[in-house]
Design a protein around this ligand. Structure first.
Ligand SMILES: [Zn+2]
Length: 785
């Protein structure tokens, strides 16, 4: 490879890692070089003045044991060679200055065996024979771009193409899968056209690939002009299970948003990573809602980004939280910020800011920002200035208050002597009394009257009558948790059936967080769970079903938990029905999937009922497949596991495997789970699957001990497979706090030896979540007995 450098320098130090460098020349003359492998630096002394060309000859051995960096994404007996370089793996593929602010123009030429296709960021401009059964591809030069966005994939691709506004949008899949890429192709093309309008900036490249990789460790990645994705996100069909189709389509819309916000304009340094991710997250919901209004995306936003068990409101209430705009000293630390705080909380804050300045001023500010910093880098401050100029409002101070401080407020609402008193303080799941004040945009309704104001002080007394009704955070756009006094909870309970969908979901979220934080008793939560069961609503039902799924994994032996499970599922199953009704809204199908599959997981006799559906599994409505697989495994044990495993091996679809693993991991005899876990880890089918079997097993109360022992045994191998990347910690943060809930001191011993050099923030977070679950378990066991 050759690098053109400008300006004189005594020594140039390039980032380079896991490469074998054989020679370096400077302007055609062989040069000395020092490869400091420990610090991953290739040092070349004596760079002359002005222009110089550094040529480096090197090779790279591609490991079979990782699915990160430059790796083999395997399927059957074949594979794609592909890259996944964020945040700092470019240096393991070519020597470079591997920082987002050091953008460069790339001119790429690839020589490979005849018959193999090559995909990179830009289109191929020349293809010629290199003799001896080899072909050379020359690619169009890229615009200035960051190294982490570089992409290359080589293999036997099948491509499908659409043209959107003169841009070729192309899906690339393994052979035989092209017909399953239409949904991703269509929604990406629609998104591309919509973003051009929204941003007021044309798509900067000539083509956009979506490359479906059979083995991929995370969800998808926004490489400029060549989005890479796991198959279950890109290979979805119109008749795919709606929840999974929605997840995949959203992910495409997210990555297309980045083509401008992130790729055209990039953060200066990783402390503004959130800017990329929060923005793409917000836009993916906004735009998908616009393109597919019946998908009801804002309910999905609350469920998946904000309220989930490792969502923004949970992670940000831990002592290990970090500000959205975190101080990042090196790339190792950057890895730990790809979390729900950067994606979910940041998106909530941006949504709040959009509400503050208005949709049009927000859009115009974003457009100004993109135009001003095209092909360059920017910071959060640059965006606030652009939004401030367009709106004339003090955006920067509002943004600073929410983005540069960790955590969020607990707002206590009490009615004293006919007046409403609101007080705020930081909310911590692990207890402790911190102080701090946020400017909170309060939207509330009392006695039928709605008011909005900003609570800037620690407390406020309002002359607002709240004798028949009191609800804070109406519409759930505020990022805070509300705790009421006993009388106001009684009012809330009597008004609950009349609340909107998002308000019901939000009330349930707040009470559940307070339960986790030991600030309300299990009885209060149980009372509202029954209210949810008697006033059915899709979004609230999904939120509560997820909460009960966690509670059932943490304390399945608690009488209170068993009572809640029995009071919640049956009435809602009667309401939503156990069979799809033609023409029903898609969100109802998702709710049914939650109810049938999670009740089957928690209750043996219901599982046996669902097992009967398995007889015609192939023709079953996709929303019932998870419940049928779980039921089949629970009711039949070993023979079911054999059948399900054969189906996992036989199917070509990762989406189908996701559903089948739900069954495999639900089987009651824990020894039968081991094979499924090994199936994911060894990659006999696909190493992408590890994620599904481990997460599934963590929810199976019978599998806790065996999963924990298995994880300890394989922890280092899994970490290596993921290349130590963020996805490893994201999975561990979900799994360990559930499966090790009865082995807290063992987990502490085991993980304390594995803290990372950067302070091990993810490991500390895992242990903190584990402690919260362990103490919740104790309280649930002692309540109601
Ligand atoms: Zn992203």
């Amino acid at each position: 490879m050759a690098i053109a450098l400008k300006g004189a320098n005594k020594t140039v130090a390039l980032d380079a890692s896991q490469l074998s460098v054989t020679s370096v020349s400077l302007n055609g003359t062989p040069s000395r070089f020092v490869f400091d492998k420990k610090r991953a630096k290739l040092k070349i002394p004596g760079i002359p003045a002005r222009q110089s060309i550094v040529e480096i000859t090197y090779s790279k051995e591609v490991s079979d044991d990782v699915i990160f960096g430059l790796y083999k994404s395997k399927y059957g007996s074949d594979y794609f060679l592909a890259t996944d370089l964020e945040p700092a793996e470019a240096r393991t593929v070519f020597p470079c200055v591997d920082e987002p602010a050091h953008k460069a123009v790339f001119r790429l030429q690839v020589t490979t065996e005849d018959g193999l296709g090559v995909i990179a960021n830009t289109p191929i401009v020349r293809k010629e024979s290199a003799g001896a059964g080899r072909t050379t591809y020359t690619f169009q030069e890229t615009p200035r771009m960051s190294t982490y966005l570089f992409f290359i994939a080589i293999g036997r691709f099948e491509e499908t193409k659409l043209t959107a506004g003169g841009i070729d949008v192309i899906t690339a899949t393994r052979p035989g899968q092209a017909e399953n890429s239409h949904v991703a192709l269509e929604i990406s093309s629609e998104a591309l056209l919509e973003y051009q309008k929204y941003y007021g900036v044309p798509y900067p490249l000539r083509k956009l690939h979506i490359v479906a990789l059979p083995e991929y460790h995370t969800g998808a990645m926004e490489n400029w002009g060549a989005i890479a994705s796991r198959e279950s996100y890109a290979l979805i069909r119109e008749d795919t299970n709606f929840r999974l189709k929605n997840r995949g389509a959203m992910s495409m819309v997210h990555e297309v948003a980045h083509q401008w916000f992130g790729d055209l304009v990039t953060m200066k340094w990783w402390d503004d990573l959130w800017l990329n991710e929060s923005f793409a997250t917000l836009m993916s919901y906004k735009l998908t809602q616009k393109l597919r209004p019946d998908w009801e995306m804002w309910g999905v936003f609350l469920r998946d980004e904000v309220y989930r068990e490792d969502g923004a409101m949970v992670l940000d209430a831990l002592s290990t939280t970090h500000p959205v705009q975190a101080h990042i000293k090196d790339v190792a630390q950057a890895t730990h910020t790809f979390d729900s705080i950067s994606y979910g909380k940041g998106a909530c804050v941006l949504r709040m800011l959009e509400g503050y300045v208005g949709e049009e001023a927000f859009r115009k500010g974003v457009s100004d920002y993109l135009k001003k910093f095209s092909f360059s880098n920017a910071t959060g401050k640059d965006l606030w200035e652009a939004l401030g100029r367009r709106s004339g409002l003090p955006v920067a101070s509002m943004a600073r208050a929410w983005l540069t401080r960790p955590g969020y407020p607990l707002v206590k609402a009490r009615v004293i002597g006919g007046k409403l008193e609101l007080t705020q303080r930081p909310f911590r799941l692990g207890g402790g009394r911190a102080r701090g004040v946020w400017p909170i945009p309060i939207k509330m309704r009392a006695n039928g009257k709605q008011t909005s104001f900003i609570l800037r002080r620690e407390s406020a007394r309002l002359s607002v009558p709240a004798t028949t009704e009191l609800l804070l955070n109406v519409g759930r756009t505020g990022f805070y948790v509300t705790m009421y006094d006993a009388a106001s909870y009684d009012l809330l309970a009597s008004n609950f059936p009349g609340l909107s969908s998002y308000d019901k979901a939000g009330v349930m979220n707040d009470i559940y967080l307070l339960l986790q934080g030991d600030m309300v008793k299990p009885d209060l939560y149980a009372r509202f769970v029954s209210l949810c069961a008697s006033s059915p609503d899709s979004v609230a039902t999904q939120i509560v079903a997820e909460q009960l799924m966690v509670v059932n994994a943490v304390a399945p032996d608690s009488a209170t938990v068993r009572k809640m499970v029995r009071s919640f599922y049956p009435p809602l199953l009667r309401h939503f029905g156990e069979a799809p009704i033609r023409g029903e809204p898609p969100v109802v199908g998702v709710t049914r999937e939650y109810l049938t599959s999670l009740f089957a997981l928690a209750n043996n006799s219901y599982a046996e009922k669902m097992a009967r559906l398995f007889d015609h599994y192939t023709d079953l409505d996709p929303s019932l497949k998870a419940a049928a697989a779980i039921g089949f495994a629970v009711a039949n044990g070993a023979p079911a596991v054999m059948t399900l495993r054969d189906m996992v091996v036989a199917t070509q679809s990762e989406v189908e495997r996701d559903l089948l693993y739900r069954g495999l991991s639900a089987v009651r005899d824990p020894n039968l789970i081991l094979d499924s876990l090994d199936l994911g880890l060894t990659g006999r089918v696909s190493r992408s699957d590890l994620h599904y079997c481990v997460l599934g097993a963590a929810l199976n109360p019978q599998a806790k001990e065996i999963l924990w022992q298995w994880l300890k045994k394989n922890y280092d191998a899994i970490s290596k497979l993921y290349g130590g990347a963020q996805q490893f910690y994201i999975d561990m943060e979900r799994v360990i706090p559930l499966c090790a809930v009865e082995y807290e001191s063992d987990a502490r011993r085991f993980l304390s030896g594995r803290r990372l050099k950067d302070g091990g923030s993810s490991v500390t977070r895992i242990l903190e979540m584990l402690h919260i679950n362990a103490s919740l378990r104790k309280r649930l066991l002692s309540s109601g007995n």
